[in-house]
Design a protein around this ligand. Structure first.
Ligand code: SAM
Length: 332
């Protein structure tokens, strides 16, 4: 198996592939323009065969793990074809999908059958009315059913992603942490990032994850779970006797640029070397030219920033980053 290593020695084996920038929720911190929520096709959107071409080239170069995202990936009318095509590519060892879970009750069995390995489910509140407010009208019960169905279908480990937001869901930390006591879930808290158009919100709602550890320790003794956990950015710990784990993803307070192992492709076919940069390369002109498509991937790899530069001032760099695309248009 070929390895894809950048000039700073980081092995890049993970691709985030966005299949739409439309969503059926409208979380206030994720998008810059709530009015644009809808399910119409994205301008310049790739076709199923294009996603598969990109996946094949990526796998040939050494990408072993692919995560489908969006927007809400389950809104893509051909998501099962995309899953099935990618799952069958040689070299792809792990195919996962990030979703808000709203459509999972219906889709989990079909996704599992199509070859999906696991899901990450975004869930920022366990309180019905708070969930509705954060998501601009979403139904908590749908996401909770989606979680149950994913477990039933073996789409494991099921990871729950909670973006911690000061004054919005910090009072729910204990409830989220307690979920790990009796359920087979990895509950991962994520620091809110100042991505595209989120600067005033960010200053208002950012909260470091230290608060999570503080609260977890009041519930039961906490131990670190060692391991590289698939090379991802999360650190894990476990409450004594708990079935599930608590994950901490701190791109700001404890950056992980030196371990960055990923490239991202947007739903309109742009490859992004770094989340905190507007730099992107267009894959679309080369979709029918495999050799050139590979070259663009390698160029994107070359353009991944030096972790020494980004690491030294990661917080300042992110605060000053005025990226144009909000998370929903990148693929979180
Ligand atoms: N619709 C899917 C979902 O809800 O998981 C996939 C797309 S969504 C953009 C992916 C993840 O990005 C979600 O967990 C969301 O909470 C997170 N996200 C969006 N904006 C963010 C931000 N500014 N900082 C941190 N996480 C963010």
């Amino acid at each position: 198996m070929q390895k894809l290593t950048d000039q700073y020695g980081r092995e890049v084996n993970y691709l985030r592939l966005s299949v739409t920038d439309k969503c059926n929720l409208s979380c206030f911190y994720c998008r810059s323009d709530p009015g644009k929520c809808g399910i119409e096709p994205v301008e310049g959107a790739l076709k199923v065969k294009d996603y598969l071409k990109i996946g094949r080239i990526a796998a040939e170069l050494g990408i072993q793990r692919i995560r489908l995202t969006g927007g809400e990936p389950l809104l893509h009318p051909d998501i099962l074809k995309i899953v099935n095509g990618l799952a069958n590519l040689e070299g792809v060892k792990d195919l996962s999908l990030t979703t808000n879970g709203i459509l999972l009750e219906e889709m989990a069995p079909r996704l599992a059958k199509a070859g999906l390995n696991r899901v990450n489910i975004s869930l920022d509140s366990l309180d019905e009315s708070n969930f509705r407010q954060i998501t601009n009208g979403g139904k908590l019960a749908s996401t909770l059913k989606g979680i149950d169905c994913s477990l039933d279908e073996g789409l494991k480990p099921v990871k729950i992603n909670v973006v911690l937001l000061k004054g919005i869901n910090e009072h729910e930390i204990e409830r989220f942490v307690r979920l790990t006591l009796c359920r087979e879930l990895d509950v991962r808290f994520i620091e809110y990032m100042p991505v595209g158009g989120q600067h005033s919100n960010w200053a208002k709602y950012f909260l470091s994850l230290d608060k999570v550890l503080e609260i977890a320790r009041t519930i039961a003794p906490l131990s670190v779970v060692e391991g590289n956990h698939g090379g991802g950015p999360a650190r894990y710990c476990r409450l004594e006797g708990a079935v599930g784990k608590i994950g901490l993803i701190s791109p700001l307070s404890r950056h992980f640029c030196d371990r960055c192992n990923r490239l991202r492709v947007t739903a309109d076919g742009k490859i992004k070397p770094c989340l905190f940069s507007d730099q992107e390369l267009d894959l679309r002109p080369y979709l029918d030219q495999p050799a050139q498509l590979k070259e663009v991937f390698l160029e994107a790899l070359k353009q991944k920033p030096d972790p020494k530069n980004s690491a030294g001032n990661s917080l300042e760099r992110m605060k000053q980053f005025k990226g144009k695309r909000p998370m929903i248009n990148i693929g979180g």
